[in-house]
Design a protein around this ligand. Structure first.
Ligand code: HCA
Ligand code: CU
Length: 429
């Protein structure tokens, strides 16, 4: 399925170089600390089993849900969010079954702001409820038809009920970025006053830009004292950037799903978010999450929903650590930090230095010859590199083609007549 050519697989990695311990020792990309930023202390609410179940292809049977929940728990997520028990009888049973696993992560379920849904959810044994209601005029008019006064009154009743049962509660507005700011802030102030644990901002339609996210979260940070959760759809490709800006502005929790699966083209992907965060907060991310499990978890979910991991996925896309041009390859072979901000070894993966193309250089070919156990002088390597490039100018070549050229060239070197024929050749690095 995913990683189609396997070059980034943990067990594979022809032409991979040894990882360098000093990769991140001092990074200019670490954020400047300010009093608002939670970039180095955020929590993940993993919603593959809720938002992810809304993905077009998703159908998770009980066994699959349990497998995914256990893997996410071991990976280190703080919360696992499950589909509402009000959605169907099997959803209710699955929620109960996951609560009984005794996982370290807190189990949440996601319910409409409605007393019947809340009561059903409380009975399942969850640690907390994520309560949601649409607040934009679009949703108020065309979805549930309730006004802001009704929303506030119901929200307070539902929150007080959940708290009376000793459970954690979050209150969120769907479509926050197209809601009236004054309505939104008054509602959040009211629920904060009755002791909600978190309020949530949701970019339900994926319309928000990072700057808008920063402004709204920072404003909200000044209005409520509880935690702030954020949820970003990816319709305009901003879901990771928006999550990052939310943390900079003081959000405490980020919703993710594995590979970003969810309604339409989904939400902030777990792996992509961690790629961003490991650059900004390496100690926190590496000590908290078992990053080596990322590929296995993504493969598990990709298989369950019958998709491939995208070729350009952060970290696990098949070419995420592939270096091709001769100039890149040479520098990477000397010191991987030259062209990598992420270290594949942190994720149990290996880099791949491409040597079967017209852009290759002799340094990459030299490394490959070494891996094949074929000793040659630099001049001989340059000569064989020229042969590889000549063929690659005519047609695309595979690793096998390049290997054959290297092997047969090496063989001719063993024949005495060939020895004298090694005038230096000028080829790219
Ligand atoms: C949806 C609901 C939701 C809820 C997000 C939240 C959204 O429309 O399916 O509870 O914070 O995107 O608004 O996923
Ligand atoms: Cu959503």
């Amino acid at each position: 399925m995913s990683g189609t050519n396997g070059t980034n697989g943990a067990a594979n990695g022809a032409n991979g170089t040894a990882s360098q311990g000093a990769h991140f020792r001092s990074s200019p990309y670490q954020p400047i600390g300010d009093f608002l930023s939670n970039v180095d202390k955020f929590k993940i609410i993993e919603s593959t089993l809720r938002e992810g179940e809304q993905f077009a292809n998703a159908y998770f049977d009980t066994e699959t849900k349990i497998k995914i929940a256990k893997a996410l728990d071991e990976f280190g997520v703080d919360y696992i969010e499950l589909t509402s028990p009000a959605a169907s009888e099997q959803s209710r049973k699955d929620c109960e079954a996951i609560c009984k696993l005794g996982l370290r992560a807190k189990i949440l379920t996601h319910v409409r702001c409605d007393m019947r849904d809340a009561k059903l959810a409380v009975e399942t044994g969850v640690d907390g409820l994520d309560v949601v209601i649409g607040t934009s005029s679009f949703l108020r008019e065309h979805s549930h038809g309730k006004d802001m006064a009704y929303i506030e009154k119901t929200a307070i009743e539902v929150i007080e009920y959940i708290k009376s049962k000793g459970l954690e509660v979050r209150f969120s507005s769907e479509d926050s970025f197209r809601s009236d700011l004054v309505d939104l802030l008054s509602l959040y102030r009211a629920v904060d006053k009755v002791g909600v644990n978190r309020v949530g901002i949701a970019d339900t339609v994926g319309c928000a830009s990072p700057r808008q996210v920063y402004d709204l979260v920072r404003t909200l940070r000044g209005v409520v004292s509880c935690d702030i959760e954020t949820h970003f759809h990816n319709d305009t490709g901003c879901s990771i950037a928006n999550a990052y800006c939310a943390l900079e502005a003081g959000a405490t929790h980020i919703d993710t799903s594995v590979l970003g699966i969810g309604e339409r083209n989904g939400i902030t992907p777990l792996g992509g978010l961690l790629a961003r965060m490991v650059v900004s907060a390496p100690e926190y991310v590496k000590s908290k999450y078992k990053l080596h499990m990322l590929k296995e978890i993504e493969d598990m979910v990709a298989e369950a929903v019958e998709v491939n991991t995208p070729f350009n996925n952060p970290i696990t896309g098949f070419c995420a650590f592939t270096h091709k041009a001769g100039i890149h390859a040479k520098a990477i072979l000397n010191n991987p930090s030259t062209y990598e901000i992420l270290n594949p070894a942190d994720f149990g993966l290996t880099r791949y230095v491409h040597f079967a193309s017209r852009l290759t250089g002799w340094n990459a070919v030299k490394t490959r010859a070494g891996q094949l156990g074929l000793a040659m002088t630099d001049d001989q390597i340059k000569e064989v590199t020229a042969k590889i490039k000549a063929l690659a100018d005519v047609r695309p070549i595979a690793i096998d083609d390049a290997d054959s050229i290297i092997r047969s060239f090496h063989l001719t070197l063993q024949q005495p007549a060939a020895q004298s024929n090694s005038a230096p050749v000028e080829v790219a690095q």
